[in-house]
Design a protein around this ligand. Structure first.
Ligand code: VGL
Ligand code: ZN
Length: 210
């Protein structure tokens, strides 16, 4: 694949809190940075996302007395996994990973900003009705294919890929430029869900320059 003008690289949640030592560390999360930086150099257009929660966000276990991180709770919009406090707006943990070539990004979209609704997807929040505006932006820019990388495979990358497809774009996930949290087989389930939604996969080595 040689990225062309219809292609946009969507770099999902490569933030301090998802790296080793962070509040919600993704195993080997830091290993995506090298391949992603190479991809950033190859794509004509780059968009980043940032998980960006207000203090006391509803997805935090600490907001639910008696509940522990990684348990689930019923929310008005469905079942919600509870997380350690992470990516709180303006904190160091919410910052983009040092070393990520973020300067080439044309847009940084922040999500999970609503107090009572989580948003794994960069397109559609967990209530499945509140839109982030990203689909409109990408369509207006004339992009037709979204190539995804970042963290975490089983949550924000997977949901974003499926919603990209749902929004009418081609979607392609770079398998060696993503890592998962993996709760009870969630990585395997995410790949299966992506496949049935028609999301493609590619290795970063198969993406080159013109
Ligand atoms: C994510 C869990 C909670 C992610 C964000 O970026 O995949 N996962 N918030
Ligand atoms: Zn989050």
């Amino acid at each position: 694949m040689i990225p062309g003008r219809g292609d946009v690289l969507l770099v999902v949640d490569v933030q301090v809190d998802f790296l080793p030592g962070g509040a919600l560390a993704v195993p080997d999360g830091d290993t995506v940075i090298g391949p992603i930086n190479r991809l950033i150099g190859l794509f004509p257009h780059v968009v980043l996302t940032q998980d960006w929660h207000p203090p006391g966000h509803a997805s935090f276990a600490t907001s639910h007395p008696g509940k522990a991180a990684f348990e689930t709770v019923a929310m008005p919009y469905g079942s919600q996994v509870l997380w350690p406090e992470h990516c709180v707006q303006g904190t160091h943990g919410a910052a983009l990973a040092p070393g990520l070539r973020a300067e080439r990004a044309e847009l940084v979209i922040r999500k999970g900003c609503h107090q009572d609704v989580d948003s794994y997807s960069a397109f559609l929040e967990a209530d499945r009705s509140t839109r982030t505006g990203l689909a409109g932006y990408l369509a207006e820019r004339g992009f037709t294919r979204v190539v995804l990388c970042g963290l975490a495979t089983d949550y924000c990358v997977g949901w974003s890929a499926i919603d990209a497809k749902e929004a009418g774009f081609e979607a392609r996930v770079v398998i060696d430029a993503v890592r998962g949290i993996d709760i009870d087989g969630s990585v395997k389930r995410a790949w299966a869900a992506m496949q049935s939604a028609g999301v493609d996969r590619i290795k970063s080595g198969a993406i080159g320059g013109s």
